[in-house]
Ligand binder design. Structure first.
Ligand code: BGC
Ligand code: NOJ
Length: 820
């Protein structure tokens, strides 16, 4: 069952009924001002940091679902003479949930538009954030389709958050006394705490003359009433309340008379502004907000032509980004995901890491070290300059030991002490992201840039040294089998082999009850081989560090350790626990085989030559693959194991306990391409592809246009149900799997490689890839059933699969690829 459809032409997903199984969201903003917005206008906004600079309130975990948003109410001031509809309603369905005659939500790239019609009144609201601005626009167009004039009231409503979302949701004894606003010329300014240490405020503005406003929540709603039936809307009258403590809101009232057939545009702006510390007040010795800088910005965007201009600029921005790679394959799902949604999701993950979604509250997690380095793998080609900066930001939270803070706050860019470090896989991901960045851009200079450790001034060293320390960190921490010690956890945050937590409420990620000198990770071992191979490639170009050979030797030693203690006979083991017993082995009662080491070890090249890679992937196919994707391990853990930690805390089939943890599926897809099994790789690709799953939306439940972190595995009664959509490494890795390994268009240090491993039934595909300033027009033709590649560049056959950069000044190159 579907709740909408894809409009590929417009690059939109069109939701055709408001009661989707879950709020289906989109993101507004792509620079510093962000918001999440659902298909019924729910969500919230923030500046840079979803925890520390939250503009509006949202109530997670609430009923009804999706409470708090960018609300508009329409009131029929001619009621009851018109008996066709209710007195007032929400044209976005929420929060009043009146049945609408027509409804359609279009989630596009960086904008959302919700159109509806009730009792002859059509409403169209377009929400977006103009490029370069810290504000969002709600452009409302109302049309009267009745045969008579309509007298309407329009109300806008948001609830301000008192900036720190965590404090806002917990510290009521103080917060009920700090709310402050100013209202001037119909603009509402939220300035809680501005009188003291803040220099920022929020505002809500409207293009029309107000009939009234309210800024005190209960004045608008009425005591004990909710957003579904505000007393001010019911009465059609505001009380011009000025919030002083309690709950500041921004609500505005305008009255319109629309003749039959007449339309009218009303623009609302919600925004954020910072003043220089010494220019906070105007006049300077007053307590009044200095609005001199912000008023011209507000005035500008209250004009319809400026709004249209900004909207077109946003469309052009996304066109430019997506242009970097466009493909035409025989499969519509692949085209749609590669050309539009997968790339778009990668950018959302890049922008927000794992901080703010319908499943991430914005208060818990900032920018993850491991997460963001992986996100970079998917977006270095889209935003190379920003990727470069992100690499520096991440590397600056690396510690002198080579380890890294697990996450940092986006506002301060400082490592987050609540989680700390010692996730022993973390530093290796930095090597992968830097390698991907260089392969894309050819910018070797990046290695020489000075970057501090732990953000300490004076500790700067070239980025290259950070990478060496990353590698050294693993070498310094090996266990009894010569395999890397796992620390708090590796990629699988829930495999907590040193935790031994028996106390409710303890964090599995930060509680450590063992000294951690025994438990080892075969996943990190595989990741190490992958990273060290990249390091060798980097070292060949960078002359001031260790020799490439040293890295090759280190990789070889690790391979030996993996084969000696990490191979279970038919697949790779997962780890060794604190007692030195294997995890992910036939010897285990539960959790006999795990997906992660099969993926990462084969990606690192292990066993490709001698059949063991094939054996491992056959075991995955036989034991882990399901119609909804590949589960994390089998058998699921049926009870809590003190020595394994959080992984066994989830009910079987959920999350890390044998859920389909989608992030890992593309590793298997890539691994399958490494052993030339294109059909199998592609089959796995389609199983978790959200566009393919659209037709089972009633089962999948999450948005059909983006990947979810998790789909319930076969051990769960809800097999096939997705959760935690949007902010997941699944986006970047699937993008890498499909574009670089199945379609085979792969940046290398030397140039663009083209080595497709496509399904046998495909006759070929076309692609346009922008790479290092050159437009590669690629035509792939299948001439036989294998994966042998023959390349012609501008009509001339070349050796091998890598196209070295053409002569300076070349703008376009034609590539013909024969696959046989
Ligand atoms: C989740 C993991 C996540 C970890 C860290 C766990 O509860 O299951 O997926 O990585 O928390 O936030
Ligand atoms: C989600 C986390 O964001 C990521 O860092 C981790 O690797 C996976 N969960 C698996 O536990």
């Amino acid at each position: 069952m579907q709740f909408g459809y894809f409009d590929d032409e417009q690059r939109e997903y069109v939701i055709t009924r408001p009661d989707t199984p879950l709020p289906w969201i989109n993101y507004l903003g792509c620079e510093e001002y962000f918001g999440i917005i659902s298909n019924t206008a729910g969500g919230y906004s923030f500046y840079k940091d979803a925890r520390l600079r939250r503009l509006t309130r949202y109530r997670y975990n609430n009923a009804p679902l999706d409470s708090g948003g960018r609300y508009i109410y329409l009131r029929d001031d001619g009621f009851p003479s018109n008996s066709n509809g209710p007195l007032f309603w929400s044209p976005t369905w929420q929060p009043t949930r009146h049945r609408l005659d027509e409804y359609e939500c279009r989630h596009g790239l960086g904008y959302t538009a919700i159109r509806s019609k009730l009792a002859g009144i059509e409403s169209h609201i377009r929400y977006f954030v103009p490029l370069g601005e810290n504000l969002e626009i709600w452009e409302l167009t109302l049309t009267n389709h009745r045969s008579k004039p309509a007298n309407l009231s329009v109300f806008s409503a948001i609830e301000f958050c008192l900036w720190d979302a965590w404090d806002d949701a917990t510290n009521f004894q103080r917060n009920y006394s700090i709310g402050q606003v100013e209202v001037l010329d119909g603009m509402i300014y939220h300035k809680s705490e501005y009188r003291e240490r803040r220099n920022h405020f929020a505002y809500l503005a409207c293009s029309e003359k107000l009939s009234g406003f309210d800024t005190q929540r209960e004045a608008f709603l009425g005591a004990y009433r909710g957003w579904d039936s505000p007393s001010a809307v019911e009465a059609g009258r505001m009380s011009n309340s000025i919030a002083y403590g309690w709950q500041p809101v921004g609500t505005q009232h305008i009255k319109l008379r629309l003749n039959a057939g007449e339309g009218k545009k009303v623009i609302f702006i919600l925004g954020y502004h910072e003043n220089p510390q010494d220019e906070k007040f105007d006049p300077p010795d007053s307590q009044t907000l200095n609005k001199r800088a912000v008023i011209p910005i507000i005035r500008r965007y209250l004009q319809a032509n400026q709004v249209e201009h900004a909207f077109q600029a946003l469309r052009a921005y996304w066109d430019r980004l997506l242009e970097k790679l466009q493909v035409t394959t025989p499969d519509g799902h692949t085209n749609r995901m590669v050309n539009i949604w997968n790339a778009y999701q990668v950018m959302a993950a890049f922008n927000l890491s794992r901080s703010a979604s319908y499943f991430e509250s914005g208060v818990g997690r900032g920018i993850g070290f491991r997460d963001s380095n992986q996100d970079l793998l998917g977006c270095v080609q889209l935003v190379p300059e920003r990727a470069r900066q992100r690499i520096f930001d991440l590397a600056a939270t690396q510690l002198p030991s080579g380890g890294a803070y697990h996450q940092y706050q986006p506002l301060t860019k400082r490592g987050n002490h609540e989680v700390g470090s010692d996730f022993n896989d973390d530093p290796l991901w930095l090597v992968l992201s830097v390698a991907a960045y260089i392969k894309e851009t050819g910018d070797w200079e990046v290695l020489c840039e000075p970057v501090p450790y732990d953000n300490l001034p004076g500790s700067e060293e070239p980025l290259y040294n950070h990478l060496e320390r990353s590698i050294q960190y693993t070498l310094d921490r090996t266990g009894p089998h010569g395999l890397p010690l796992i620390g708090r956890a590796d990629w699988n945050d829930c495999l907590n082999l040193n935790c031994f937590s028996d106390t409710p409420g303890q964090s599995f990620q930060t509680t450590t009850n063992k000294d951690g000198k025994v438990a080892e990770s075969i996943f990190i071992a595989g990741l190490f081989v992958l990273a060290v191979d990249e390091m060798a490639g980097i070292a060949r170009h960078y002359q001031h560090g260790r020799e490439a050979d040293e890295f090759c030797d280190a990789a070889q030693e690790m391979r030996t350790a993996i084969w000696a203690a990490g191979w279970d006979g038919e697949w790779f083991r997962r780890a060794y626990d604190d007692l030195g017993h294997p995890v992910g082995s036939k010897e285990c009662e539960e959790g006999q085989i795990f997906i992660e080491p099969q993926g990462i070890c084969v990606m690192a090249g292990l066993g490709i030559d001698d059949g063991r890679a094939k054996q491992a992937l056959d075991a995955v196919a036989e034991r882990l693959a399901t119609p909804h994707g590949i589960v994390l391990h089998q058998p699921a853990y049926s009870r809590y194991y003190l020595h394994l930690g959080e992984i066994s805390s989830y009910p079987p089939g959920y999350k890390e306990n044998a859920g389909i943890f989608c992030h890992t599926n593309p590793w298997i897809i890539i691994a399958e391409t490494r052993i030339d099994r294109g059909d199998c790789a592609y089959d796995y690709y389609l199983r978790i592809n959200p566009s393919v799953r659209e037709e089972i939306s009633e089962v999948h439940k999450c948005e059909p246009y983006v990947y979810a972190q998790m789909i319930a595995g076969g051990d769960a009664p809800t097999f096939g149900e997705a959760k935690n959509s949007w902010l997941t490494g699944t986006a970047a890795w699937n993008y890498v799997a499909i574009t670089q390994w199945i379609l085979g268009i792969r940046p290398t240090f030397e140039g663009l490689e083209i080595a497709p491993v496509i399904p046998s039934a495909w006759s070929g595909f076309d692609a346009v890839r922008h790479y290092r300033g050159v437009r590669y027009v690629i035509q792939v033709m299948r001439k036989g059933s294998g994966n042998k590649v023959q390349l012609e560049v501008d009509g001339k056959a070349i050796e091998g699969t890598v196209i070295t950069p053409p002569r300076a000044g070349t703008k376009e190159v034609q590539v013909t690829v024969r696959v046989a």
